[in-house]
Design a protein around this ligand. Structure first.
Ligand code: RIB
Ligand code: CA
Length: 330
C-alpha cells in the first residue's frame, strides 16, 4: 500500500503514486464497525485502494469501533492506517446501537486482540490532508457523518478535490425511528452538511439495503469457505441475523447495509438508481434525520443533488462478498 509520511504533517498522509488505468479507486472508508461495516471493509480491501480507515462512534462507542476496525484490518492483513475520529455527534447526544451489534460492536465471534492503537486520533486531519495531497478520492462513510462533515466544514476546498461521497444512510423509511435511518438520525446536522456539499453524492438507503439480506443459505456460502476469516465472518453474520430476526416481524436475514456503499463504486452494474433532490430534516421533533427525497413529477422541483440507489442484483452482489472473503481467508 503506497503510503508516504509527508514532512510537516501531523498525521500520516496516504498517497497513491501510480495513476495507471489498473489503479483501483482510491477511497477513505469512514466507518463504525459494526457487523456490516466489517463486510464493507472486506469488499473495499479487494476492490479499492483503501488509503485509510477512519472511525466514528455509532454502532458502538468510538473506542470500540476503532478497536474493531484495527482487528478487522489485522485479520485481513492490510497495510492501511486506522485513524480515530469523532466520539460524538456535532450537536446531538451520543447514542450507540448495542441492541443490534452488541456491547463490543462486533459481538458473536471469537476475535483476536488488536495489534496496537490507531495511527492517530485525528481522523478529520487525516481526511483533509489526504484529500489535499491526492485528487479523486471517494469518501465512503458507513456510519454517522460527523467526521465527513467536520472535514468539509474545516476544509471546504476538499469538496472540489474529491471524486465524491458514497454513503450508507437514509431512505423513504427509517429504522431508528419511523422516519429516520440510524446513521443520519445520530447526527442530522452532519448529514445536512454532507447532503448540501455540492459534489457527487451516492446514497445507499434502507430501500436498497433491505433488499440485500444475509439469508441462511448465503451465510452458509461463507461458512463453507476455508480459513479463519470466513469462520469469523460467518459467526458475525449469524449473530447479526439473529438480532435482526429477534427485532423484526418479517425479515429472513440481517440487512447487510454498508458494503452497498462500496459496491456501487466497484460493481455499478449491480445497481439501479435514480437522481433526486434530497435534503435532511434537522429540526423535526419526530422526524430528525429524515431524508426528504423529492420524487414529485414536477418541472419546478430543485435540481437533483443525489444518486439514490433503488435496486440491487442481490445474488450477484452476495457473490462479490463471498469472493472477497475467500480472497482474504486462509
Ligand atoms: O442503519 C444502518 C446503518 O447503521 C449501518 O451503517 C449500520 O452499520 C449502522 O451504522
Ligand atoms: Ca455502519
Amino acid at each position: 500500500m503506497p503510503l508516504a509520511n509527508l514532512i510537516g504533517t501531523s498525521v500520516t498522509v496516504a498517497c497513491f503514486r501510480d495513476m495507471s488505468p489498473s489503479t483501483k479507486l482510491p477511497i477513505i472508508l469512514d466507518c463504525d464497525p459494526g457487523h456490516d461495516d466489517a463486510i464493507a471493509i472486506v469488499v473495499a480491501a479487494q476492490h479499492t485502494n483503501i488509503l485509510g480507515l477512519t472511525t466514528v462512534g455509532g454502532n458502538a462507542p468510538l473506542s470500540a469501533t476503532t478497536r474493531n476496525a484495527i482487528i478487522l484490518r489485522d485479520l485481513l492483513g492490510l497495510d492501511v492506517p486506522v485513524h480515530a475520529g469523532a466520539n460524538r455527534p456535532l450537536v446531538q447526544p451520543p447514542f450507540n446501537a448495542s441492541y443490534v451489534h452488541g456491547e463490543s460492536g462486533l459481538d458473536g465471534a471469537d476475535l483476536p486482540e488488536p495489534s496496537g492503537p490507531p495511527e492517530s486520533h485525528d481522523a478529520v486531519g487525516f481526511i483533509i490532508d489526504t484529500c489535499r495531497a491526492n485528487e479523486g478520492i471517494w469518501l465512503v462513510p458507513t456510519g454517522p457523518l460527523t467526521n465527513i462533515a467536520l472535514a468539509l466544514r474545516s476544509a471546504p476546498d476538499i469538496a472540489s478535490r474529491i471524486a465524491g461521497i458514497s454513503l450508507m444512510g437514509g431512505g423513504t423509511f427509517g429504522n431508528r425511528t419511523a422516519a429516520a435511518e440510524f446513521n443520519l438520525w445520530c447526527d442530522p446536522e452532519a448529514a445536512d452538511i454532507v447532503f448540501s456539499y455540492g459534489g457527487p453524492l451516492i446514497m445507499s438507503g434502507l430501500d436498497l439495503t433491505h433488499q440485500f439480506q444475509a439469508l441462511p443459505h448465503r451465510i452458509e456460502m461463507v461458512r463453507a469457505l476455508p480459513g479463519r476469516l470466513a469462520a469469523v465472518l460467518a459467526d458475525l453474520f449469524d449473530f447479526f441475523s439473529h438480532t435482526y430476526q429477534s427485532r423484526h416481524k418479517h425479515i429472513a436475514g440481517a440487512a447487510v447495509h454498508d458494503p452497498c456503499a462500496v459496491m456501487t463504486l466497484t460493481h455499478p452494474h449491480l445497481f439501479e438508481r435514480s437522481l433526486h433532490h434530497v435534503e435532511i430534516e434537522v429540526q423535526g421533533a419526530r422526524t430528525r434525520g429524515m431524508t426528504i427525497i423529492d420524487q414529485r413529477d414536477l418541472r419546478e422541483v430543485p435540481d437533483p443533488n443525489c444518486d439514490v440507489l433503488t435496486g440491487i442484483d442481490a445474488d450477484a452482489a452476495w457473490q462479490v462478498v463471498v469472493d472477497a472473503i475467500a480472497h482474504f481467508s486462509r
